[in-house]
Design a protein around this ligand. Structure first.
Ligand code: SF4
Length: 236
């Protein structure tokens, strides 16, 4: 059975982002990313700092560990990264979870497609805006989106500044039929930041004001919920 590089598993907790915000879920975090975003809050998945924590696990081993972590206490699993869409071998895990009536979610930046993504219940594609320092390849994004199941798909753009906001508008205009979320960015990745929640709420309010005074409609405006609650704490 093919193995999956897993960095951490935790939960149950709430999903803090996107269309399934607030949903009770477990997290399985895989290693590796093809991007290097300037504000990445999970750079340990790709910068080598946690390479000794990577375990190659079979789907049944992952499910056994989730069961041990939260017996009878979960029915939804979020596969996160890094970029899990780099990993061809996730299909059997998604199938095994589906067979047990456990729903799945995935977040990816949309740079790669894997056929197992069509079996994901809650698929968030999150193209990275200019402040990330990355430049999404839009024809590739078109191709990835065209292969996904539209009913399970949503788009999310994180916004730190005006250029990001314009990028979000362009993405929404490019894919107008796909549910669209903007989420306020968290520029305070230092663990010692004080009044983190208050600072993030100020930025969230500013983003709400911007959207309300603009023609950007048919849109959801979100905070990063787990950061409001737990700041930059990992594994929650
Ligand atoms: Fe980090 Fe996500 Fe960017 Fe990869 S795509 S570098 S995991 S923020």
């Amino acid at each position: 059975m093919p193995k999956i590089p897993v960095l951490e598993m935790f939960g149950p907790t709430i999903q803090g982002e996107g269309a399934v915000i607030g949903k009770k879920t477990m997290f399985v975090r895989t290693s590796g990313c093809d991007y290097r975003c300037s504000w990445c809050d999970s750079s340990f998945t790709w910068d080598g700092s946690a390479k000794d924590d990577i375990r190659l696990l079979e789907p049944e081993e992952i499910i056994a560990e989730l069961d041990a972590l939260a017996p009878q206490r979960y029915q939804h699993v979020t596969i996160s990264g890094g970029n899990p869409a780099l990993i061809k071998n996730i299909g059997p895990l998604v199938e095994a979870l589906n067979e047990r009536n456990i729903q799945t979610a995935l977040e990816t930046q949309g740079s790669k497609f894997q056929s197992w993504m069509t079996q994901i219940d809650d698929l968030t594609i999150s193209p990275k805006p200019p402040s990330s320092g990355m430049k999404p390849n839009l024809p590739i994004l078109d191709d990835v989106i065209s292969q996904c199941v539209e009913e399970s798909l949503s788009l999310k753009v994180v916004v730190f500044d005006d250029d990001d906001y314009q990028f979000a508008k362009d993405i929404h205009a490019r894919y107008p039929s796909i549910p669209f979320y903007v989420q306020v960015g968290n520029p305070y990745l230092d663990d010692r930041v004080s009044n983190h929640t208050e600072k993030l709420l100020e930025k969230y309010e500013a983003l709400i004001d911007k959207v309300m005074n603009d023609t950007l409609n048919d849109i959801y405006v979100l905070p990063q919920l787990h950061t409001l609650l737990w700041s930059n704490k990992k594994g929650v």
